[in-house]
Design a protein around this ligand. Structure first.
Ligand code: DGT
Ligand code: CA
Ligand code: CA
Length: 574
């Protein structure tokens, strides 16, 4: 197995962790951490550099000793020092160190005094109240450890975007109120609108950081302050979500924002461009020799690299830099471009609001139309719609449309795609509707071939309009079922039907790469909330984020069409 930079970086991080538990010299520990970082960011493989006979000590933070370790690992796949450290301390130390509140000192005390070697043993020690007696621990610490272990084992390590949005926006708003604070932005994967975030990264500007740091580390939801320096701090909220804050001078805002927005791969790519132009870029600015040439705002940073500003959702090093250079960045769709929502539930089944409430909420969002798409009746579903139920709902919709100005309700249904590709309502019933959303509700275990086939056959039904998230992905806990998306998108194009991004926080599919595929195939994507209550229409912004990550422009999105243009498109599928 060839050794990659990521393997080298992981080995050095583990060495640093273990040295820290052993109480080694802090400079030595830092040297390994810096080297890990250098390796992780290195554009070429260290292995290749060695093969070329390059001198690794020319890399930042790599001295003779570390260069020797890199050579050793590349040549043998092993590191003698790490092997020795592993034999001295339990293998699960690295995992113990990742539990909030457990620094190396505590991990080593727990190991020495209570023989705690694993997370499981840690849990039992805390539960049995053996930790409080240790020197330097106490009852409160023990309780925090117990909570942290529970959070560590029971929670997914990533948090859904919509869930993270609540603390993100609350904390940002509170920091903005601190006197002397000018700008506060939640950067990182949150700003890139990834469907889940590992932690939150906040960048704030202030001439003096003290007040904003204090406000941050004393936030009402803090369970643990992991670190608190002069300009940077990390906290863990009661929910287990970690939040990092970085306070910079107003003139460094742009550079810090670019850096902490990432993604890391994007940062590495733009650093390479900077190097080629004889510039140095970091979180403080862009420099030419000793002179600072950019960094006040993001625009100046990109301009100094000869690029236009790149929207955060595109910053994944997936072609955005070439597109920027060529002046070919997409004009990304915005929430304000949406004219309606084509997949919502009201007035039937598990919907929590009546048709009128939903219609008024949609109108208040500035929408022109709203499709009501209750679920068709099926075994095990309470309140599903049959032909008679749909007819009654159709009459109620006609009455509301006659009464309400400024919003038009469309008649739809969410039909289940059966195992053989039929839909769970007869064609004669579906034909009376404005649109039919097809969804897979069961049979997630089918093979990739059969799953794909059943969806293709369903799309062939005469009244099929819009395919609800065909990956059936629930971010947690259900794994995606395997389908052949290129085939499905190709078929949608032949058939003239559409695919959906569900803005529902649990779903957020299509995946961004499939959005891009749909765009390239000319298949329109509908961004829908799947709302079961009026307030859930607000989730559409996360669907728009997903569309933007998939490079979609206004014209690529079905429900940016005004009603007059939408109707013939829907008709075309009936
Ligand atoms: P997450 O938290 O896993 O959802 O993903 P991010 O992208 O928020 O990653 P995070 O929180 O580790 O770091 C925030 C940003 O900081 C990241 O997007 C880019 C930047 N960053 C972090 N570590 C490095 C690094 O080692 N090198 C470079 N160039 N940038 C980094
Ligand atoms: Ca993050
Ligand atoms: Ca972070």
């Amino acid at each position: 197995m060839p050794v990659h930079n990521a393997d080298l970086a992981a080995a050095f991080e583990e060495i640093a962790d273990r040295l820290e538990v052993e109480g080694a010299n802090p400079f030595r520990i830092r040297a390994y951490r810096n080297a890990a970082r250098t390796l992780a960011e290195l554009p070429q493989e260290a292995r290749a550099l060695l093969e070329r006979g390059d001198d690794l000590t020319r890399l930042p933070g790599i001295g003779d000793d570390l260069a020797g370790k890199i050579r050793e690992i590349v040549a043998t796949g092993h590191c003698g020092l790490l092997d020795r450290l592993r034999s001295e301390l339990p293998p699960a130390v690295s995992e113990l160190l990742r539990i909030p509140g457990l620094g190396p000192k505590r991990v080593s005390a727990l190991y020495r005094d209570l023989e705690v070697q694993t997370v499981e043993q840690l849990y039992r020690a805390a539960r049995d109240r053996r930790i409080r007696a240790l020197h330097g621990f106490g009852e409160t610490t023990e309780r925090h450890i117990l909570d942290a272990v529970r959070a560590h084992v029971s929670q997914p390590h990533r948090v859904q975007l919509a869930i993270a949005a609540r603390p993100a926006e609350r904390i940002a708003a509170e920091l903005r109120r601190v006197p002397g604070v000018a700008q506060v932005t939640v950067a990182g994967s949150f700003r890139r609108m990834r469907e889940t975030v590992g932690d939150l990264d906040i960048v704030a500007t202030a001439d003096a950081p003290d007040a904003v740091m204090r406000r941050f580390t004393t936030d009402g939801e803090v369970a643990e302050v992991l670190s608190a320096g002069r300009t940077r701090a990390s906290i863990v909220l009661g929910s287990g979500l970690q939040v990092d804050l970085r306070v910079v001078a107003p003139a460094q805002y742009g550079a810090a924002l670019v850096y902490f927005t990432g993604a890391k791969a994007h940062n590495i790519a733009i650093r390479r461009i900077a190097q080629a132009r004889g510039l140095k870029i970091n979180e403080y600015g862009v420099f030419h020799g000793g002179e600072r040439v950019a960094g006040d705002d993001e625009d100046s940073v990109y301009r100094s690299l000869g690029l236009p500003w790149i929207p955060p959702e595109l910053r994944e090093d997936r072609g955005e830099i070439d597109a920027a250079r060529a002046g070919a960045l997409p004009q990304l769709v915005e929430l304000a471009d949406l004219r309606g929502d084509l997949h919502t539930h009201a007035g039937a089944g598990d919907a929590r609001h009546g048709l009128r409430d939903m219609a008024l909420a949609a109108r208040a969002m500035g929408f022109e139309y709203l499709a009501i798409t209750g679920q068709a009746r099926r075994p095990g579903l309470a309140g599903g719609l049959d032909a008679a139920g749909l007819a009654r709902q159709g009459e109620a919709i006609d009455a509301l449309n006659a009464e309400l100005d400024g919003i038009t309700l469309l008649k739809g249904v969410e039909a289940g795609i059966l195992a053989d590709g039929r839909l769970d309502l007869p064609d004669a019933v579906l034909g009376r509707l404005d649109l039919v959303v097809g969804a897979v509700h069961d049979g997630f275990h089918l093979s990739r071939g059969r799953q794909t086939e059943r969806i293709l056959r369903a799309m062939d039904r005469p009244h099929f309009t819009l395919l609800a998230p065909p990956t059936g992905r629930l971010i947690e806990p259900r794994e995606p079922y395997d389908v052949d998306m290129p085939r499905i998108i190709g078929h949608a194009r032949e058939r003239g039907c559409f695919v959906e991004i569900s803005a529902h926080p649990d779903r957020l599919d299509l995946l961004d790469i499939h959005c891009r595929m749909a765009r390239e195939a000319g298949v329109l994507v509908s961004i829908d909330s799947d709302a079961h209550a009026a307030a859930e229409l607000a989730n559409l912004r996360f669907g728009v984020g997903q569309a933007r990550r998939g490079w979609l422009e206004k014209n690529d999105v079905l429900n940016t069409r005004p009603l007059a243009a939408l109707r013939p498109l829907l008709q075309g599928t009936l």
